[in-house]
Design a binder for this molecule. Structure first.
Ligand SMILES: [Zn+2]
Length: 333
């Protein structure tokens, strides 16, 4: 009886230690679900509106698979349709605890952005809501979620343990800054035990420079959720090499992000073990896509919207899984 009891306890303890992450396929948008071992959940962005509830359905399926009945914390990184468009459809399906965003819309003269922002703001009034500032903590139990940039401002001082000079800054080549919403994205470092994750929204090259140069304010991470879908104006070598990720997951579409430039910066980053992609990139073609087993959705013709999942332990080891094939690979600390 005692043995049975111990076995039962062991089985109950193991899953309880796991952080579960779903990089949900919202067809070139962004939606990433983090489910802490505490049972609390944080969703970063909601994908697009429309498409017969496609993205809201995919998010609720991921939440159900993780055993969560509500989104405790919804982070809306910025007000573009591929990130905030799906909020009303999602809210109609799932209870949401608290919403974090960067505040006002910086593209009030852009009709497309306003068409996302206005219904979103009408909805957020019904929820507890907080405007995120650099240095704020999102209190997901079991995780340490630190906002490092929001509304175009970034942390003034390096995070604890970071702050090393970044030699890559010497070769930085500036690009024109983004005047709109991408540059105002909420960016986060998420820690779980010894595991660190960078999730920087759609920040641009120059915003990344502020975080990476002249000193690396963020420190190294294990997992890099690629910035701006792998678009060529984000994911600078200065930022990526400062993060020094072991694994990167790219939220690209077939024709959205997945640029040769950002892809190459990741592949060339010292210490990278694997890059995983949500889609095959048409721009990348034969030479700038990863092996098909690391791609969740390799074909646009038969796109079933597969996710990439991560199961992480507090010792810093984690397993990445392709939902299409169940192919998985474990990365030990
Ligand atoms: Zn985007």
């Amino acid at each position: 009886m005692r043995l049975l009891y111990s076995l039962f306890c062991f089985a109950a303890i193991l899953p309880a230690q796991t952080l579960h992450i779903y990089a949900i396929d919202v067809e070139g948008g962004k939606s990433t679900l983090y489910v802490s071992p505490s049972g609390e959940s944080m969703l970063v962005d909601t994908g697009y509106a429309g498409n017969n509830n496609r993205d809201a359905d995919r998010i609720t399926a991921a939440a159900a698979s993780a055993g969560v009945k509500q989104i405790d914390y919804l982070v809306v990184t910025h007000y573009h349709g591929d990130h905030a468009g799906g909020v009303p459809q999602l809210a109609a399906k799932v209870p949401i605890g608290r919403i974090y965003d960067h505040g006002d819309n910086f593209e009030t003269s852009n009709k497309k952005t306003q068409a996302v922002f206005l219904p979103y703001t009408a909805l957020r009034e019904k929820y507890p809501h907080q405007t995120a500032k650099p240095g704020d903590i999102i209190p997901v139990r079991g995780l340490q979620v630190t906002i490092v940039a929001s509304a175009g401002n970034s942390i003034a001082k390096p995070l604890p343990g970071a702050g090393q000079p970044n030699p890559k800054c010497a070769t930085y080549q500036a690009l024109p800054p983004d005047p709109g919403e991408n540059a105002r994205s909420i960016a986060m470092i998420i820690a779980f035990g010894k595991l660190r994750i960078a999730d920087l929204g759609d920040l641009f090259w120059d915003n990344e420079y502020e975080l990476a140069c002249p000193v690396n304010k963020l420190g190294a991470v294990d997992l890099y959720m690629t910035t701006h879908h792998g678009t060529a104006t984000s994911g600078s070598p200065q930022m990526v090499e400062a993060l020094h990720p072991r694994v990167a997951i790219m939220n690209n579409g077939a024709d959205k992000g997945g640029s040769i430039k950002a892809w190459t910066a990741i592949e060339n980053s010292p210490g990278l073990e694997d890059l995983w992609q949500l889609h095959y990139s048409n721009e990348g073609a034969k030479d700038h896509n990863v092996n098909e087993k690391f791609i969740a959705n390799p074909s646009t013709e038969n796109d079933k919207g597969y996710s990439i999942e991560v199961l992480a332990l507090p010792d810093g080891s984690f397993t990445v899984r392709n939902d299409r094939t169940q192919f998985e690979k474990t990365y030990r600390k």
